[in-house]
Design a protein around this ligand. Structure first.
Ligand code: ADP
Ligand code: ZN
Length: 600
């Protein structure tokens, strides 16, 4: 690695070392070659193009679909003393003209731009007259037509290669299975690109999935025990549930805000802004929230509803713990989730081919939920990584799942469904199995069936768990009529005929709770904690003055290093991770004052 690049890393960004494969990517671009970078969220992708953009003559042009994120990134770069700007639809004409002038005059190190704007003839014309250091195509998986983030404009980005063949390009993504990788290479004409893959593992995230019983109480117990004052995201599928859950959390003494596409744009923007700017806030959201959340200290992502695919689950949970500190991905799910998603999928308008793909995706997601071995292994092997050992940091590793022979019980359950005419949902079938003479049971004369009361040996939760697993494995189908009637499928015949047996997982109420881990600064006590709070208050004031999020000034990790190392000079302060020259000049004295005031 050139001394030049290392000096820039230290002086501008405040880091001592590259995180592999950053060094190789940087070298590739400095040599004028193309690169495709596959790295997990929080892996350090942005540095891969930011640093070469500084070292190569001209402006680095960054294509990103995440308009909400551009302003954040530009703010962070300006804090580092890097000349950066963005062009997107949120700017008025005057502001656009200014940025264009800066670009034309070669005054920009980095320009962030939305794909639709880049592709306008006017913009391309402008770029023709500028010196360009490189093109970075962020979120490159958006080019995949079958992916969940498809952006049609991305298909036209191959124009960059045709129009500027001599300018190096770098495509980056955190979500790409093998097929998507191939699509990126093909559609963006990156056949010559060097491919760098760091693997998709996020070791600091602990994955946990438990059976849904009383979701709110389960969530409350989880938050009370592990995340009382932390920032986090709670995902729900419907807007109504988002609002109700946020209200409930506030009643329970948490600080929660709703976020969904049905809220007025100003309210959405305000809530997102508060989430970024304040500490310890919970956002309850539909999937509309998240594209473009790069707050580093999100300590948990909780799902109250099942996501539609592993891709979606991984992307949503990936918003936790970007700073590398311990973080939780926590979910509860139950039979109702499976029924609901199946109904949505089958009842939707999508063409059959699309449905087939979505069906497969949902099956894989269910497979992950029901797996009895390491969740991380299951997740990563979905993305093509099969070499990982059991992780020791997921619920199934921490609290191995017991299984039980469900053959006999499953036969009883299937038979009850059959005898009641395959017209009823799970609640009624369980009433029949348990011999409960409800009005519905009596009016349908189900108390006269031979299956009436044959399932008293299992509790309601156990029956629900059994039916959920049968549905998840495709032994039971769900009617689309909206009532979720269960029916037998061909797949359950061997079981009914006594030719097959079935092992089921024993669900737990709270899986994987052992060994709660917390972020570094949460371990501080006594004077250390006071110092951390004082540093955090100073950061808050500095951030408020400029109306930027606090982590743009310094990350929690940098503040933690200040507490641990207690630097007593500007020089020592400048040695810490995340303290570059510019930040030392701007903030060094004030942070040093606080540090020295704690020295006795
Ligand atoms: P990604 O875009 O891959 O999600 P980012 O580029 O936002 O990740 O980087 C994630 C975090 O890692 C950021 O807080 C960034 O400051 C930090 N980081 C990146 N590279 C390094 C490095 N070489 N040394 C220390 N920290 C780094
Ligand atoms: Zn594991």
């Amino acid at each position: 690695m050139s001394d030049h690049a290392l000096a820039c890393l230290r002086n501008t960004f405040g880091y001592d070392q590259f995180r592999p494969p950053q060094d190789q990517v940087v070298a590739t671009l400095l040599a004028g070659q193309d690169a495709l970078v596959l790295m997990p969220t929080g892996g350090g992708k942005s540095l891969c193009y930011q640093l070469p953009a500084l070292l190569r003559p001209g402006t680095g042009v960054v294509v990103s679909p995440l308009i909400a994120l551009m302003q954040d990134q530009v703010q962070a770069l300006l804090q580092l003393g890097i000349k950066a700007a963005f062009l997107n639809s949120t700017l008025d004409m005057e502001a656009i003209r200014q940025v264009e002038d800066q670009l034309r005059n070669g005054e920009l190190d980095l320009l962030y731009i939305a794909p639709e704007r880049l592709l306008q003839p006017r913009t391309l014309g402008l770029l023709d007259s500028c010196r360009i250091a490189l093109f970075a195509i962020d979120e490159a998986h958006c080019v995949s037509q079958w992916g969940h983030d498809f952006r049609p404009e991305y298909l036209r980005l191959s124009v960059l290669h045709e129009r500027y063949p001599q300018i190096p390009r770098i495509a980056l993504t955190a979500t790409a299975d093998r097929r998507t990788q191939q699509e990126i290479i093909q559609r963006l004409a990156l056949e010559q690109a060097a491919v760098f893959s760091r693997g998709f593992d996020r070791p600091n995230i602990r994955y946990r999935i438990a059976q849904k019983q009383n979701a709110r109480q389960q969530l409350k117990r989880f938050l009370d025990a592990e995340h009382r004052h932390d920032a986090g995201i709670v995902y729900c599928l419907s807007r109504r549930k988002v609002e109700e859950t946020a209200e409930w959390l506030n009643r329970e003494g948490f600080n929660a805000l709703p976020y969904h596409a049905g809220l007025p744009a100003e309210e959405r923007a305000a809530n997102q802004h508060r989430f970024l700017a304040e500490e310890g806030l919970i956002v309850v959201a539909t999937i509309a929230f998240g594209m473009g959340i790069d707050k580093p200290n999100v300590r948990f992502v909780a799902h109250l509803d099942l996501p539609k695919s592993i891709e979606a689950y991984y992307q949503e949970t990936g918003r936790a713990g970007r700073d590398g500190e311990p973080a939780d991905a926590w979910m509860v799910y139950g039979l109702q989730d499976v029924i609901f998603l199946r109904q949505m999928l089958e009842g939707g308008e999508a063409p059959e081919l699309q449905k087939q793909i979505e069906r497969q995706r949902l099956e894989s997601m269910l497979g992950l939920c029901e797996v009895t071995s390491c969740r991380r292994q299951a997740l990563l092997s979905y993305f093509g990584e099969n070499q990982h050992p059991p992780c020791g940091n997921c619920d199934t590793c921490l609290d191995p799942v017991e299984t039980w022979d469900g053959t006999e019980a499953a036969r009883k359950g299937l038979s009850a469904i059959y005898r009641t005419g395959q017209r009823f949902g799970v609640a009624h079938v369980i009433d029949v199995l348990q011999g409960k003479p409800t009005d519905k049971v009596k009016s349908n004369q189900h108390d006269r069936l031979t299956t009436f009361g044959i399932g008293k040996d299992l509790a309601v939760d156990e029956w629900r768990s059994l039916f959920r697993q049968l549905v998840a494995r495709g032994l039971l189908g769900v009617e689309l009529d909206g009532y979720g009637a269960l029916r037998l499928t061909d797949a359950c015949r061997p079981l009914l005929r006594g030719e097959a047996s079935i092992l089921l997982r024993k669900d737990k109420r709270e899986a994987g709770k052992r060994g709660v881990r917390v972020a570094t600064h949460q371990r501080f006590s006594g004077e250390d904690r006071d110092l951390f709070e004082a540093l955090r208050n100073l950061r808050r004031d500095l951030a408020d003055l400029q109306d930027v999020p606090p982590y743009v000034i310094f990350h929690d990790a940098t503040l933690s290093e200040m507490v641990e190392q207690r630097p007593d000079s500007l020089y020592a302060l400048g040695r810490l991770t995340g303290v570059g020259k510019r930040k030392l000049e701007r903030y060094g004295d004030e942070f040093l004052d606080v540090l020295l005031s704690f020295q006795s």
